[in-house]
Design a protein around this ligand. Structure first.
Ligand code: GAP
Length: 509
């Protein structure tokens, strides 16, 4: 179903990081040591493709989810968030096509080891292989004498296997249901109910931030390819007659998008194209508008370096079978190169039509603006939360050799803590009391803050840098007389002395 093969094991040839600044092992060790992300079930040896987020990682993930929620749900008053079951009936996946098509190709070795076939080819031959038949993949494996990377033995077969997790519901006379492989099907099966309850208007959006489950053949690269992960997806139901319209089009008509179209594949270089240019290439207005809105989220809200974000158009072989138009959202990762972190999918009426056929529930609705009945089409804005959090952590990670420590340059809207409060000495009661006063001012203003009184001030700065705290606030002996504090900027290490009464306005700026 998904042609999500774009997570290479090595740096992608067209990455901006020709010599990565750090290895993926170094990064994983750091994330584990600081408690951002680490293997799940670790005391039992871990389970491949399953990860836990510690306190800091959870805070970063929640901050991302809240930014996503605020930005995408406020695009239209008729967009809503719902929360639904992670397990769904077999019929759902019959209708969606997952039972038949949610498969990935595996290369099976002589001694029975399974590897994801297209990834193996990609790794060995250094280019993308998507949409090939089993036979075509087997022929390439033979031609290039590719062996099983685990055991070094011959590959004997390539076949497709289904990636869903079946679950047995009930005891005794049980029946089979499935863990959802994407959050998307839940809004589709809730569409009719929500349409009736809400404003009975199109376009209507249903968003879910929730878990998805895929029995990945070769889970790897930390949270980039897991068996259980979080997606943030917005399904926009609209009247297909209006695909060439968007009421806010004028706002983005001349906005430049970082695109790599199929025609740019030779160099894979990012080409800036305005939204208007993309219309001229045959993409519909409703689609291009949302491409622009998504890019704005990355560049203006997450403040991703524009050189490390691109919209990558998939060709007919690569795109998921339900999509008429499909761009991947990609970020450039230090040790992995360009990586798919989301997608903009024009799913047409594929899903609603499928559910209408299998469930016999009518999915047509009255569009009051045209006074006609229609079966809505769906535009899906799909984001892998874990891959986006990975990007944010990857881009923030700086090994500051002259400081002798890692500095996580996390943006203020995403960092686990905005400020850290340090009493210069830990056993002088007036200083400790003053520091606690400052901490209370911050907490009362809802500024996420951290209190640290252990070891030297230099060590405390370093600890704060490593977990991405933007401002270090020190209370010293002079603070008792002048009610001032020293505030240190994590990124520049510059220090300023300001009045405690000015602290909140300083942080706001
Ligand atoms: N509803 C459409 C859909 O699920 P997808 O391309 O299969 O499309 C969407 O998945 C996003 O979910 C991907 O772009 C990726 O960020 C994330 N994702 C997919 N499989 C993943 C996995 N095994 N581990 C972590 N994230 C994954």
């Amino acid at each position: 179903m998904t042609q999500d093969t774009n997570v290479p094991d090595t740096t992608h040839p067209d990455s901006t990081n020709s010599t990565p600044k750090f290895t993926s092992e170094e990064f994983a060790t750091f994330l584990k040591k600081k408690g951002f992300i680490y293997p799940s079930s670790a005391i039992y040896g871990g389970l491949a493709g399953l990860y836990d987020y510690g306190h800091l990682g959870t805070k970063v993930k929640h901050n991302f989810q809240n930014l996503w929620r605020k930005y995408f749900l406020s695009l239209n008053q008729n967009f809503y968030e719902i929360e639904t079951s992670n397990i769904a009936a077999e019929g759902v996946f019959k209708a969606s096509g997952h039972l038949e098509n949610f498969t990935d190709p595996v290369a099976i070795s002589e001694d029975g080891h399974f590897e994801r076939a297209d990834h193996l080819l990609e790794k060995e031959l250094g280019q993308r292989f998507e949409g090939l038949t089993n036979q075509e993949m087997m022929d390439l494996i033979k031609k290039h004498n590719i062996k099983c990377p685990k055991t070094g033995t011959n590959i004997v077969e390539v076949k497709h296997v289904n990636m869903m997790f079946p679950v047995s519901l009930g005891v005794g006379k049980s029946h089979t249901a499935y863990l959802r492989p994407e959050t998307a099907q839940s809004p589709f099966i809730n569409f009719k109910t929500q349409f009736e309850i809400q404003r009975k208007k199109l376009p209507m959006g249903l968003a879910i931030i929730g878990r998805a489950y895929r029995n990945e053949i070769s889970p790897r690269n930390l949270t980039l390819r897991q068996r259980e992960f979080t997606q943030a997806e917005l399904q926009i139901f609209f009247n297909p007659e209006k695909i060439q319209q968007h009421e806010n089009w004028d706002d983005i008509e001349y906005y430049e998008l970082n695109t790599v179209l199929v025609e740019d594949r030779k160099t894979n270089k990012i080409t800036k194209r305005t939204a208007k240019d993309l219309l001229a290439l045959g993409l519909p207005k409703f689609y291009v508008y949302h491409l622009a809105i998504i890019q704005k989220f990355y560049l203006e809200v997450l403040k991703i370096n524009p050189e490390k974000f691109r919209l990558y158009q998939l060709n007919d072989k690569e795109k998921a079978f339900y999509n008429r138009f499909h761009f991947d959202l990609e970020t450039d990762l230090t040790a992995h190169g360009w990586t798919e972190v989301g997608g903009l999918h024009y799913r047409t009426d594929h899903d609603l039509k499928g559910h209408q056929n299998i469930s016999k529930e009518k999915m047509e609705v009255m569009d009051e603006s045209t006074q006609s009945k229609c079966l809505p089409h769906v535009l899906e804005l799909s984001f892998g939360v874990d891959r986006n959090v990975f990007t944010i952590l990857d881009h923030a990670y700086q090994n500051e050799k002259d400081r002798g420590n890692i500095v996580m340059q996390l943006k203020q809207n995403i960092t686990p803590f905005t400020a850290a409060v340090f009493p210069l000495v830990k056993n002088k009661e007036p200083i400790v009391n003053k520091a606690k006063e400052v901490l209370k001012i911050l907490k009362d203003a809802n500024i996420s803050s951290f209190y640290d009184k252990a070891s030297s001030i230099g060590k405390r700065y370093a600890r704060a840098d490593e977990i991405g705290i933007k401002w270090g606030i020190t209370i010293d002996f002079d603070s008792l007389d002048d009610n001032c504090i020293t505030i240190r900027n994590r990124d520049t290490t510059e220090q300023e002395r300001i009045k405690i009464t000015e602290l909140l306005s300083f942080l706001k700026q």
